[in-house]
Design a protein around this ligand. Structure first.
Ligand code: CP
Ligand code: NVA
Length: 307
């Protein structure tokens, strides 16, 4: 079988989807979540299969995709590098051609974005980025849904990103022009986002993390050292010392500002316990919404628009 006439849609980075598609996904998420909460069976993906490839550790991504696929009536196959011939040098392009003849959707968590791009280029079925060194689009999808669920539209609001200009920050930077919010970014010297990552009218860079929180509707952060960068741990610990989201930063934000963190979190490093465990934190709903938003994403990629 050769490539299908219409190439499959992929979700490899946030800007792969339009604002109109995100609005559709949010409407589907609401519908799917409501039914799920009422224990009403909804199984549009019966007889469909998701292959998941994990080259890095995961709790939320693994559980949300596997549980979500099962709840939608399908099944999920979990693969790690060590389990597969990838570990013995099988080219990613060959793995893509084989796996995508057998399953309906593929989710990959890996290192360089180039790896997932190469897989997608040879895949007959949609590929979802479950985190790369460069991006984490499924997480920001859940985060934006969580903001909208707790407040209202995020258009015109201010989001403060405190910390490393990592895969999460890069994804927020892509989301800002699509959703029309301002992103205040504060990173230690040497860890700032590259100039070409910022849409000028939507991103403001601050040296002082407290100033970045001023007037924010949402304050968010992430680990000082992402997976794959563990060798830099000690150096980063020193550089990021003043980039901990604490109560004094939250006081600079709006009184009803939310706090989010993609998790896993390190209390006492990038966030103070009083913030992540405090009243403005919505991290548990944020984590739960990985399940609901990704079910809408799986439905969209496997079945197209419904209803
Ligand atoms: N936030 C997130 O992606 O968590 P996991 O690494 O546990 O999947
Ligand atoms: N930036 C983190 C996110 C973990 C979900 C990492 O890449 O390790």
């Amino acid at each position: 079988m050769s490539m299908p006439a219409t190439p499959p849609r992929h979700f490899l980075q946030f800007r792969d989807f339009s604002r109109e598609e995100f609005d559709y996904l949010f409407a589907r998420t609401r519908w799917i979540k409501d039914r799920f909460k009422r224990y009403e069976l909804y199984q549009p993906l019966r007889d469909r299969t998701l292959a998941m490839v994990f080259e890095k550790a995961s709790t939320r991504t693994r559980v949300s995709f596997e549980a979500g696929m099962n709840q939608l009536g399908g099944i999920a196959i979990n693969l790690t590098r060590g389990d597969t011939q990838l570990s013995r040098g099988e080219p990613i392009e060959d793995v893509a051609r084989v796996v995508s003849r057998m399953v309906d959707v593929v989710m990959i968590r890996t290192f360089e974005q180039a790896i997932i791009e190469r897989f997608a280029a040879y895949s007959n079925v949609p590929v979802i980025n479950g985190l790369t060194n460069e991006y984490h689009p499924c997480q920001v999808l859940a985060d934006l849904y969580t903001y909208v669920e707790h407040r209202a539209a995020i258009d015109g609001k201010t989001v403060a990103w405190i910390g490393d200009s990592n895969n999460m920050c890069a994804t927020w930077l892509q989301a800002a022009p699509i959703f029309g919010f301002r992103l205040h970014v504060s990173s230690p010297p040497g860890y700032e986002p590259a100039a070409d990552m910022r849409a000028r009218e939507h991103c403001v860079v601050f040296d002082d993390p407290e100033a970045a929180c001023e007037g924010a509707d949402l304050v968010t952060t992430d680990v000082w050292t992402s997976m794959g960068f563990e060798a830099e741990n000690e150096e980063r610990r020193r550089a990021f010392e003043h980039w901990q989201v604490d109560a004094s930063m939250m006081r600079r934000a709006k009184p009803d500002a939310l706090f989010m963190h993609c998790l896993p979190a390190h209390r006492g490093e990038e966030v103070a316990a009083e913030v992540i465990d405090g009243p403005q934190s919505v991290v548990w709903n944020e984590a739960e919404n990985r399940l609901h938003t990704q079910k809408a994403l799986l439905e969209y990629l496997a079945c197209g628009r419904v209803g």
